[in-house]
Write a protein that binds this ligand. Structure first.
Ligand code: CAP
Ligand code: MG
Length: 432
């Protein structure tokens, strides 16, 4: 049978010049054995836009204008241009079904990784972006020129509501702004959500009165959407201005709904990214964390976990910076094989959040990576302090001061006993 039955080659044109209104996606790809890169590139553009495996009997005239085009290939890196009309305004799930849908399962690729997408203004203007942004949070909490700080009570789950809030109180009294729930804590028999909110509010007010500082919490509302709304309302009624959501497991659709609902309450979101590594960590296949960060900033969270490069979880320094810059910058210029150009227009920035295996001995290294504009979460690294949580938080604050004063931790520790004890226990170890 010699008759050609497919039309994939109509989706490849290495001379094509994309229209500024088109969405441009950058992929890493590997064709399967026996298939050329061009044939594989045609399948990627086709299956993520208007194509299918066979030529068709009926093609309305508008079809040509909706086809995606693989237009640039450098090694295993491919750029695909997508006509703007393919994409519904404000509907991120639909975008994912297109550019991150069937193509990952095609036999026409051995491996495929969605690295980044550059969106035209006409697409991003249909998304709200963060409600406050870093400047709004800093103004609320009166914290400037240093990262905001927080900690999760550890063990991450198992405390009663009251015990959880008591650890939060110790964290606040040690100088941290936030007490954070962990990703797998929702409302359990031993730690009911409403009770946790009530106790956290009581201890927050006590800590605020005793310190004169503003204290907050990232309380995890992750659940079915209607239940998340109820929990957000309870937080609001107890004077909390954040809700924490595990955004990967709840999905972009739920986050769009909650952004709307929380925005009406003048509240914002701390986004935990649990489960991301199931598809972000493989360098050959899946979706990058920087693309997720772009999605979540557009939808409108206030802050997102972005890695440490030196802690216990994967993520190199260049990857961490790609995520951090995607969240913070107004304009991004192309970073070879990692980021595409992106003008964020009037979409507010968001805070990157560095967390995972951190302790006072690693604080200067993390601050050198992020600068001051981020949220620093040190959890095991304060509760494991020889003198307990409050001393651990103090030691972390002393390590931040050392970084700000440009003095070594060793030097600082001479007049900072809590830091000295932390360095005695952990030094500058990097947990695995
Ligand atoms: C950190 C943490 C966070 C991780 C998430 C944990 O605790 O609470 O969930 O940081 O990873 O459960 O491990 P420790 P990421 O400070 O005690 O390690 O920030 O990379 O999303
Ligand atoms: Mg955790």
């Amino acid at each position: 049978m010699s008759k050609k039955v497919d039309w994939y080659d109509e989706f490849v044109n290495m001379k094509y010049k994309p229209d500024p209104e088109e969405l441009i996606a950058l992929f890493y790809f590997e064709p399967p054995k026996g298939m050329t890169k061009k044939e594989s590139a045609g399948r990627i553009a086709s299956e993520s836009s208007t194509g299918t495996w066979t030529t068709l009997s009926k093609l309305p005239p508008r079809m040509k204008g909706l086809q995606a085009t693989s237009f640039e290939m450098k090694g295993n890196y491919l750029k695909v241009a997508y006509p703007r009309d393919l994409w519904e305004n404000g509907n991120f799930p639909q975008l994912l079904s297109g550019i991150a849908g069937n193509i990952f399962g095609m036999k026409g690729v051995e491996n495929l990784r969605l690295i980044d997408v550059s969106f035209p203004r006409s697409y991003i203007k249909h998304f709200p972006g963060p409600i406050l942004g870093p400047s709004g949070i800093r103004k609320r909490y009166k914290v400037y020129k240093r990262p905001l700080t927080g900690a999760v009570p550890k063990p991450k789950i198992g405390f009663s509501a009251k015990e959880h809030a008591e650890v939060g109180y110790e964290t606040w009294m040690g100088g941290f702004e936030f007490c954070k729930d962990d990703e797998n804590l929702s409302s359990t028999k031993f730690n009911n959500f409403s009770k946790r909110v009530k106790y956290l509010a009581q201890y927050r007010d006590k800590a605020m009165k005793e310190t004169g500082d503003i204290k907050g919490a990232y309380v995890n509302i992750t659940a079915e959407v209607e239940e998340m709304k109820k929990r957000a309302k309870l937080l609001h009624d107890h004077g909390f201005d954040y809700a924490m959501i595990d955004v990967v497991v709840t999905g972009p659709s739920a986050l769009q709904t909650m952004r709307e609902y929380l925005g009406d309450l003048k509240m914002t979101t701390h986004a935990h990214r649990a489960m991301h590594a199931s598809f972000t960590r493989n360098p050959l296949h899946g979706i990058t964390m920087q693309f997720l960060a772009k999605m979540y900033r557009l939808i409108g969270l206030n802050q997102l976990h972005s890695g440490t490069a030196v802690g216990k979880l994967v993520g190199t320094k260049p990857e961490v910076l790609c995520v951090a810059d995607t969240l913070r910058e107004k304009k991004i210029t192309e970073r070879k094989k990692m980021l595409l150009d992106q003008d964020w227009g009037s979409i507010k920035p968001a805070f990157p959040v560095s967390s995972g295996g951190l302790h006072p001995g690693l604080v200067p290294e993390v601050c050198n990576i992020y600068g001051e504009e981020f949220v620093l979460l040190v959890s095991g690294g304060i509760h494991g302090h020889p003198k307990g949580t409050r001393a651990g938080a103090k030691a972390t604050m002393q390590a931040i001061e050392a970084w700000q004063e440009k003095v070594s931790l060793k030097e600082k520790a001479k007049k900072a006993p809590e830091l000295a004890l932390a360095l005695e226990k952990w030094g500058q170890m990097k947990p695995q």
